[in-house]
Write a new protein. Structure first.
Length: 104
């Protein structure tokens, strides 16, 4: 595990090698906005966002109605009938089948 001095040296090397203005200014801004020893999230996250109302939450997470084509619905119904009538293979059987298939 790296110690703090190794991290500082690596950061300084990367900063010196970089020619990316936006990256460097972003690093500087980020470092200027944080106080020493602060482990909380950026203040801007909390100050800029207001909590959603109940209605907004409901709207944001509402489910869209999905209409499947007839052939997909028939496949689903056929699968349900297979399960109902015991025409299924459990996971262990499938794994054994694939193990044998891969050996051949």
């Amino acid at each position: 595990m790296e110690n703090i001095n190794e991290i500082k040296i690596k950061l300084i090397q990367k900063i010196c090698e970089s020619e990316n203005f936006y990256l460097l200014s972003s690093i500087l801004k980020n470092l200027e906005n944080h106080t020493t020893g602060n482990v909380s999230e950026q203040d801007a996250i909390y100050k800029s966002e207001r909590p959603m109302t109940h209605e907004e939450v409901e709207e944001y997470f509402k489910e869209d109605e999905v209409i499947l084509p007839d052939y997909v619905m028939k496949m689903i119904e056929r699968g349900r009938e297979d399960v109902k009538n015991g025409r299924v293979v459990d996971n262990e059987e499938v794994e054994k089948y694939f193990e044998q298939w891969l050996k051949d």
